[in-house]
Design a protein around this ligand. Structure first.
Ligand SMILES: Nc1nc2c(c(=O)[nH]1)N=C([C@H](O)[C@H](O)COP(=O)(O)OP(=O)(O)OP(=O)(O)O)CN2
Ligand SMILES: [Zn+2]
Length: 122
């Protein structure tokens, strides 16, 4: 089994809901997003899946979040857009785009700052 990772980012505004403290107020982050996938087999080029494909599919998805107010978007209308919930949303949304017989999204890690991140995997 091979494990591959790409790293990208998006910028957005949010506020935590049902939270008491300054993070309940509108503020923003440059979230760094790490996508880890597994691949069972390599193609003739020796690739599990092309990093270009991983990055472009991830960026297409992140484009729907980029420079948005996350709380107003469908995935976060009823759940707080915490890093945990963002990582879970990206895990399943990206899995729909990338998972196949060979490739599986294994983990999404979302860094809210250089010192704090949340990951989701099954
Ligand atoms: N488990 C989580 N905890 C917190 C999350 C989260 O998504 N998951 N999010 C926040 C807020 O988004 C907040 O913006 C982060 O605040 P904070 O950790 O205080 O970040 P700072 O950069 O301001 O760090 P300081 O150490 O306080 O300067 C909060 N918690
Ligand atoms: Zn925040």
């Amino acid at each position: 089994m091979y494990k591959l990772k790409v790293i990208t980012s998006f910028a957005a505004a949010h506020n935590l809901t049902h939270y008491q403290g300054e993070c309940e107020n509108l503020h923003g982050h440059n979230w760094r997003v790490e996508v880890t996938v597994s691949a069972k087999e390599l193609d003739k080029s020796g690739l599990g899946v092309d990093f270009k494909v991983l990055k472009s599919e991830t960026n297409l998805l992140l484009k729907t979040l980029d420079h948005k107010y996350l709380n107003e978007l469908k995935p976060f209308l009823e759940i707080s857009p915490s890093s945990e919930n963002i990582s879970r949303y990206l895990y399943y949304a990206l899995g729909e785009r990338l998972n196949n017989n060979n490739v599986k999204v294994e983990m999404i890690t979302v860094w809210e700052s250089d010192a704090a991140c949340a990951s989701y995997c099954e």
